[in-house]
Ligand binder design. Structure first.
Ligand SMILES: [Zn+2]
Ligand SMILES: [Zn+2]
Length: 103
């Protein structure tokens, strides 16, 4: 998502640079800079929200009330299907101890 939005902004920037430098261009550059800052913040904020099992954003985050580690529901189920342990801290965990989180 960031990649395509960033490319779009780069295109806009390039296009406007071809025109004579007006107050409009300065405004555009200012807003582009602010956009980049907000995108960077967004990325930083999203970075820790990743499942350590599938290394992707949580589809349906589920927490274990045993150790409070969070994974996708599917990842927990797959892991607990093999052995009843938390993949991160090896705490004995049963499917009944999992709770869905509503973000
Ligand atoms: Zn996952
Ligand atoms: Zn754990």
């Amino acid at each position: 998502m960031f990649q395509s939005k960033h490319q779009l902004l780069a295109c806009l920037f390039f296009f406007h640079r071809g025109n004579s430098r007006t107050a409009d261009t300065t405004e555009l550059i200012k807003s582009l800079k602010m956009e980049i800052v907000s995108l960077t913040e967004e990325l930083k904020g999203k970075a820790p929200l990743r499942c350590l099992v599938c290394l992707d954003a949580y589809k349906k985050p589920v927490v274990s009330v045993q150790c409070w580690h969070v994974y996708c529901e599917d990842c927990w189920m797959r892991t607990l299907g093999a052995k009843k342990l938390c993949p991160q801290c090896q705490m004995i965990t049963n499917p009944g101890q999992l709770r869905t989180i509503y973000l």
